[in-house]
Design a protein around this ligand. Structure first.
Ligand code: ADP
Ligand code: ZN
Length: 610
């Protein structure tokens, strides 16, 4: 049996473990259980793949993503690893062959969906072979409150009793204390060691801007910042509803963006096709609901855009984390406005859950709103939510262009007092933001006339702000919980927090809305797939990239499973002249050397002599 460092070098072609990987791998090889919390792109897979190759027997990897299993296994086979999967998409004879190989001890890893693993037949079958370990990927799916909850994950707790001697490792990129505790107890990992990494993703720039005309803002953003080496970059746009997903995708496509919709209402085959295209094509933009993204390991997603407000910071962080796994500069961008807050509040009010559930949802939303309105570092706020402290990051919109704050007490009082007077003098509090703002601006429209609202003492007293200034005030007052939308029509009511503001006992500091201009990236240098190369080396890099595209196409595999950009970049910079030197390149192990080494050396020789 080889040790973990040999496996890391020979199979994966890497020199060193990253972060906690070394400790996690040793612990699992030694037979211990582990709970691993690591951000997306942190390197979770190696934490179970290396022990799978070192320990005797075959590792079972529980993965919820049937559509991705073939690619995951394909990537391992590219490394010369004996991997396979069992799922319902297989022909019976293929499944029989996998089962035979498992029983004959010819497999190192086998991927199985949780549904299948909860079946008695599967467990009896696995018991006839030898298990090296059980890895539970995306382990937050066991959490009831989690946004990816999968009932079949609950049954995975039983594995502890069935195989008490087989080490189990649960991994997730969701880091809240509640999820952590929940998965530990539900998966019966009471005796596990816990490895919690820093959740910082320094290469992602976070930006949240006020929504004015969302589609146009999105298009501007994609045109200016969704570009790598002058070519359209790969990105994901998240929207809340299926309808808006389709509309936005259509709008983007009509404007020349290679955009495709993805949501749970589409036919399964259409969804799988989109997934495959996303993994294989460059410059594709998937517009999706949250149904898209879990487990997708495409390394060069350059941006994640949110056109609607996410329901929680957990969700937002998972989704934005899909950008920049390769460590290169990437952007998480969001447009957010008053209507988003109103919508989310309404959805919570109307949800089926009990009062406790609604209270939790409401707290999650409050934290999300606090992130949107914070005048301080976004990243500090984000990581603070996961109980992790950092210094101001210098790579978010508030760090790069600190927003001014202003004393909004007087405008707040004017607005609150309008709501208060409407209730007292007209016996009605049933008005939305638009009407309140019309009153404050002294608008002279039919509705105001009909209702006699020109008689209000606050009529026309708010001309120090314009309509968008007032909407910003309303949005922030809602975010602060001083007013709340009520019922279906976005009617605004005062909360108990309004009284001290009205009485002048509390000041209200507001954030100056920054104008929606995509200027942050322009200041820094444009993103490139290989930022550190000289012009000549970049040409070589492009030659290698084209060669890789051909190889990938022939193999029907995503390009990054042949070689990562990082590996190609290193080859272009170092220009190895022998197989031995190639082995020194990060990402080239024995199997990749055997499969592609000679071709790469040939390309290098040709390039040198040209
Ligand atoms: P996660 O599952 O945590 O999102 P992955 O396991 O997909 O992350 O790893 C992210 C990227 O980092 C992959 O391209 C992987 O090959 C690379 N990687 C992981 N560990 C190492 C390492 N020790 N050295 C170099 N690259 C690594
Ligand atoms: Zn910052």
């Amino acid at each position: 049996m080889s040790d973990q460092y040999e496996v890391l070098r020979n199979v994966f072609g890497y020199d060193d473990f990253r972060g906690d990987q070394d400790q996690i791998v040793s612990h699992v090889i030694g037979g211990g259980d582990a709970v691993v919390l690591m951000p997306t792109g942190g390197g979770k897979s190696l934490c179970y793949q290396v022990p799978a190759l070192v320990r005797e027997g075959c590792a079972v990897v529980v993965s919820p993503l049937i559509a991705l299993m073939a690619d995951q296994v394909g990537a391992l086979q590219q490394l010369g690893v004996r991997a396979a999967y069992l799922n319902s998409t297989q022909f019976p004879e293929d499944r029989a062959e996998v089962e035979r190989a498992y029983l004959a001890g010819e497999l190192d890893l086998i991927y199985i969906a949780p549904e299948r693993l909860s079946q008695r037949g599967t467990r009896e079958f696995l018991a006839r072979g030898r298990l090296a370990l059980i890895a539970i990927d995306e382990a937050h799916c066991v959490s009831q409150w989690g946004h990816d909850f999968r009932p079949d994950y609950l049954a995975l707790g039983e594995l502890a009793e069935i195989w008490p001697d087989v080490p189990r490792i649960a991994l997730t990129a969701t880091a809240t204390r509640r999820t952590h505790e929940e998965l530990t107890s539900r998966l019966h990992l009471e005796n596990a060691r816990h490895f919690v990494s820093s959740f910082d993703r320094p290469n992602i720039t976070y930006r949240i801007e006020p929504k004015a005309s969302a589609n146009k803002q999105l298009l501007d953003f994609i045109r200016t910042e969704g570009v790598v080496d002058g070519e359209p970059a790969t990105g994901i746009v998240y929207a809340l509803s299926r309808k808006s997903v389709e509309k936005i995708a259509e709008f983007l496509a009509a404007n020349g963006v290679n955009a495709v919709p993805y949501h749970a209402g589409l036919d399964r085959r259409v969804r799988e096709d989109t997934l495959h295209r996303f993994l294989r094509e460059d410059g594709i933009v998937v517009v999706a609901t949250i149904a898209f993204g879990m487990g997708i390991d495409k390394p060069d997603v350059r941006f994640v855009a949110h056109i609607d407000l996410p329901k929680s910071i957990e969700g937002y962080y998972q989704e934005t984390g899909r950008a920049g796994r390769d460590g290169l500069p990437s952007v998480a961008w969001m447009a957010y406005g008053l209507a988003d807050v109103m919508n989310q509040r309404r959805l919570i009010d109307q949800s089926d859950g009990d009062a406790a559930h609604r209270r939790v949802q409401s707290q999650l939303l409050d934290a999300m709103l606090a992130l949107c309105e914070t005048p301080t570092c976004r990243r500090q706020q984000l990581l603070g939510y996961f109980d992790q402290q950092i210094e101001p990051c210098g790579n978010c919109d508030t760090c790069l262009a600190p927003p001014a704050t202003w004393d909004g007490t007087v405008p707040a009082q004017k607005l609150l007092s309008t709501v208060f007077r409407l209730d007292r003098e007209f016996n009605r509090s049933a008005y939305g933001a638009g009407h309140l703002i019309d009153i404050l601006l002294g608008a002279d429209n039919a509705r105001i006339q009909q209702q006699g609202h020109t008689r209000l003492s606050t009529y026309g007293i708010g001309t120090e702000l314009d309509g968008s200034g007032w909407r910003s005030v309303v949005r922030q007052l809602v975010a602060l919980g001083i007013i709340v939308p009520h019922g279906d029509y976005g009617v605004l009511r005062l909360t108990e927090k309004a009284a001290p503001v009205l009485r002048g006992e509390q000041t209200v500091m507001l954030r100056e809305d920054v104008k929606a201009t995509p200027r942050v990236r322009k200041a820094s240098r444009p993103v490139s797939a290989a930022p550190d190369l000289s012009d000549e080396d970049r040409n070589l890099f492009e030659v290698l990239r084209r060669w890789r595209a051909g190889v990938a196409k022939e193999a029907g595999a995503p390009a990054f499973t042949v070689f990562s950009n990082k590996t190609l970049e290193e080859i272009a910079a170092v220009k190895p002249s022998s197989r031995d030197e190639l082995l020194g390149v990060s990402g080239i192990g024995q199997a990749k050397l055997d499969n592609y080494g000679d071709q790469v050396l040939e390309i290098l020789a040709e390039f040198e002599s040209a």
